[in-house]
Design a protein around this ligand. Sequence first.
Ligand code: GAL
Length: 654
Amino acid sequence: MQLGVCYYPEQWPRTMWADDAKRMVELGITHVRIAEFAWSRMEPRAGEFVWEWLDEAVATLANAGLKLVLGTPTASPPKWLIDAHPDVLPVRADGTRWNFGSRRHYDVCSEIYRRECLRIVSAMAERYGRHASIIAWQTDNELGCHETVPSYSPAALARFHAWLRRRYETVDALNREWGNVFWSMEYASFEAIELPNLTPTDANPIHLLDFRRFMSDEVASFHREQVDVLRRYAPTADVLHNFMGFFTTFDHYRFAENNSLDVAAWDSYPIARTESIALPEEQKARYARTAHPDVSAFDHDRYRAIGRGRFWVMEQQAGPVNWAPWNPVPAKGMVRLWAYEAFAHGAELVSYFRWRQCPYAQEQMHSGLNLPNNELSPGGLEVQQAAREIASIPEFARLDAPTQAATAVVFDYETQWMFEIQRHGKGFDYQALVFDYYESLRELGLDVDIVSSKADLSSYRLVVVPSLAVIDDALVAQVERGSAQWVFGPRSGSKTEAFAIPQQLPPGALQRVLPMQVLEVESLRASLAPAVSIDGVDGIAMHWREHVRANSETRVDAQFADTWPAILTHGRVRYVAAWLSHALHRAVLQRAAQEAGIATQLLPEGLRIRRRADLTFAFNFGAQQVQVPAPANATFVLGQPQLRTGDVCAWKDA
Ligand code: GAL
């Protein structure tokens, strides 16, 4: 359980650095991340490196006893570089180019830019790669932030052609797979293919999907090029990237393949995230100052899988931020609570953003651990409290990593892309559906692992697949082999890899273990709300429903008022034929958990629990004081069983 902070020495007079370092250590901070936007100071003119200031900053922080995370500065190419190579600026879907003047103004496909990045990263890594206090390197910063993944530039087009050629080998194969006979879309050569923007109506969905697959691979290879340099010059340091919450524009599982990450780090802004994702307005209002109780947990559990067990929070909200639609001050206790929450889910480090609020430029309205006048902010005081507690609680010093949960939720990036490309109804947001299932499981007091459909799922007792567009034979084999209960949600098995309807109808290959067919699907406006009741809970289908034919071996466990099946079961496999209202999802999952032999308990509103090694942590995000469900003989190592809003406790079962 270590605490860190993000620091920008280049933004402050040198006379402050030593005092900043000293005060960080006094606060209980052990790690500091620097340099990720400082290219214009490292190389003020092309080829003219100035390291003296960074040498001094590194030495000052290291001499104070801090461990450093060094960021490569490639998220903010300096003006001279853009002036010399204006083609580095990415092209948007409407054909215009971004301008210089903020950050992330580069085209990930630009070979010139990739070369420039390797130049600065090599120079930096050569100089600092073996510094004993630099224990980790961060590549770039939040790849894809500000919607900068896709570029519609000539550079992107050339690389897309090469990518398509590798995938399809011949243009005839591509025409066949894409179904280009439709609307006379056939191509005579790969070079004839264009990027899927600026078309009068939707481009062919597989054209859009392949473009997204391609761009996702481009982001991963852009990062990979930096990793290879860092591994060469900094062989003992951890390499990481700081991903974002609820962000799906590239495939993070593929990104993390082939040893390209030691740690998955991510940036956690719970209140801002709650404000900016698709949640009912009522929930946004209820959790305006605490953040939704599952919004951070969801990504902690997701990034734990992406980092194969190792994850950090690289940036943690420390007070009000500047970028959400509304930016309230967090409820008292939350800045401390979020650190414990991350640790309970297995984080090794929680690093706050940022050391001191900057009085100028874009983020002047963004808080830090210090006010602009250098006084500890309310968030800073909470970090001080957390640091003191952590240092004084012996159980925290030797806390093992979390063990595998009994329940897995499958999350799949390509499914997100497919259903974004083909929503079919306004309300269908795959990630929101996954989140609804996840929330239900957590309300039932369960620990959850979020996993890829390609992971080994054999030792889970309950596997929940809120939806998975393509179901392959390997997954069906996993269902057949184990003894787990499986729950599949709507649109599972509804597509092939080539974005077509499976020949045997949805749910495709899943029919081997669940004999049923989806005949028609409908998206539902709010006025169409088919009613259904499950285990005594009444509710409706919203956004999406399927008209399903069950084969005689398949049991219909619940049906809509108009008699279409809602829940179908065959052996250990369940199918949910609609996007159900929340309490119904919970009822389905509660029943499946029971059948899997997993004990559930409905927690009071706003309370969440998470087990790590022999400790159970509890967090109150709700408005009311609550009593935690600890056994009578539990030993509390932190806090007590009554939790006020924003409070946390941890106990050991006797
Ligand atoms: C993150 C970013 C930081 C800072 C922060 C503000 O997305 O990585 O550089 O901008 O947001 O909340």
